[in-house]
Ligand binder design. Structure first.
Ligand SMILES: NC(=O)c1ccc[n+]([C@@H]2O[C@H](COP(=O)([O-])OP(=O)(O)OC[C@H]3O[C@@H](n4cnc5c(N)ncnc54)[C@H](OP(=O)(O)O)[C@@H]3O)[C@@H](O)[C@H]2O)c1
Length: 336
């Protein structure tokens, strides 16, 4: 297991974590326990994944079984879009900590830069009569960040970070922050290598975490009946002939090659799997080296902005939010 050091707290963040999106509670509880047994020490979840309680139970059992201690683990969760305002930070964090059955999280991210009004019954976004999501146009990153800093000072969070923010939005927070963002979690894989954003993060001591590092093969099932869905938006990265050829040469799988390619560039990866074999497979990524020509071949798979899968347009009307983070190009409107 390898680590990166977070600049302001010196905390060590494992470069490999377990993603948990689309993993239902009954499945993720046994998966997390298995993953911890296999050596995973970093788990990524979010309020919106509806599985924090099951993850907390698995961790609690692992600790009670004498397998390890809370301090050995790095747990990330995220402030949801419906709680993206200063007055809601503590409320959601408290609820999440109680679901996770923990006193603190290692990393708390603002999940997305935009915000929705919250249905207090379901804690999901309110939807208007025309099907548009009810945007909270007053989203203010600075006041939200200040509240997160207070929670960090109170010991409820060890490190703060952002997810799905663009460079301009991050810069604004850096300028007014006491505790600067330590981690940025964004979509990042061989088709979408985010070179400019990575350079900016390196210059600002921000660790980059790659979500969808395998190209999120399960995303198309999730988005299939959603607004703006197009199957063409989900190309098969794991089946790409170049990746296959490189994998065969090393006696590794395409998933292992794609993950190694990223961690070797000091990017944290959080592949999701609920299969025991694939959990093992995704853990064996440090025991081989790619040659410079192979690395160059993988670098050439980058499609720039056209490689983006997660543009969030399935939340109908979200692009009208003043903090919607992405530049929309013509191709985007056909994507999920
Ligand atoms: N911040 C955000 O907005 C955001 C957005 C998306 C994701 N995330 C986080 O990032 C994590 C990873 O992203 P992701 O889940 O979208 O995509 P991913 O990790 O790229 O891909 C996961 C999918 O690949 C399959 N898979 C896993 N290992 C495999 C292997 N070795 N060979 C073949 N298939 C394999 C999984 O199926 P099985 O489970 O059946 O193995 C699952 O369907 C998420 O789980 C979540 O924690 C964050």
């Amino acid at each position: 297991m390898k680590y990166v050091k977070l600049s302001q707290t010196d905390d060590l963040m494992p470069t490999l974590g377990l993603g948990t999106w689309q993993a239902p509670p009954d499945v993720i509880e046994t998966t997390v326990y298995k993953a911890l047994e296999l050596g995973y020490r970093h788990i990524d979840t979010a309020f919106n994944y509806n599985n924090e309680e099951a993850i907390g139970s698995a961790i609690k059992k692992w600790i009670n079984d004498g397998k390890g201690a809370r301090r050995d683990l790095f747990i990330t969760t995220k402030l949801p879009h419906v709680g993206n305002r200063a007055s809601d930070v503590k409320t959601f964090l408290d609820l999440q900590l109680s679901r996770l059955q923990m006193d603190y999280v290692d990393l708390y991210l603002i999940h997305v830069p935009f915000g929705f009004h919250c249905d207090p019954e379901t804690l999901t976004p309110r939807i208007k009569h025309n099907g548009d999501y009810d945007l909270d146009m007053e989203t203010n990153h600075i006041t939200t960040w200040k509240k997160m800093e207070e929670c960090q000072k109170a010991g409820l969070i060890r490190n703060l970070g952002l997810s799905n923010f663009n460079e301009k939005q991050i810069e604004k927070i850096i300028k007014s922050a006491t505790l600067k963002p330590q981690v940025l979690q964004v979509e990042l894989h061989a088709y979408f290598q985010q070179l400019d954003l990575r350079k900016f993060c390196a210059e600002n001591n921000i660790v980059v975490t790659a979500y969808a590092p395998l190209g999120s093969p399960g995303a198309k099932d999730h988005f299939v009946n959603k607004y703006n869905y197009s199957p063409d938006a989900f190309p098969d990265l794991l089946g790409h002939p170049d990746v296959k050829e490189i994998a065969e040469k090393h006696g590794k799988t395409t998933a292992q090659v794609l993950l190694h390619f990223l961690v070797n560039q000091k990017i944290v990866v959080i592949p999701k799997s609920t299969s025991e074999n694939r959990l093992k497979e995704n853990f064996q990524i440090y025991d081989f080296e790619l040659s410079p020509p192979e690395v160059n071949r993988l670098k050439k798979l980058d499609k720039g902005e056209n490689g983006r899968i997660f543009n969030f347009l399935f939340w109908k009307g979200v692009e009208k939010h003043p903090e919607y983070p992405f530049q929309l190009c013509a191709v985007d409107v056909t994507k999920a």
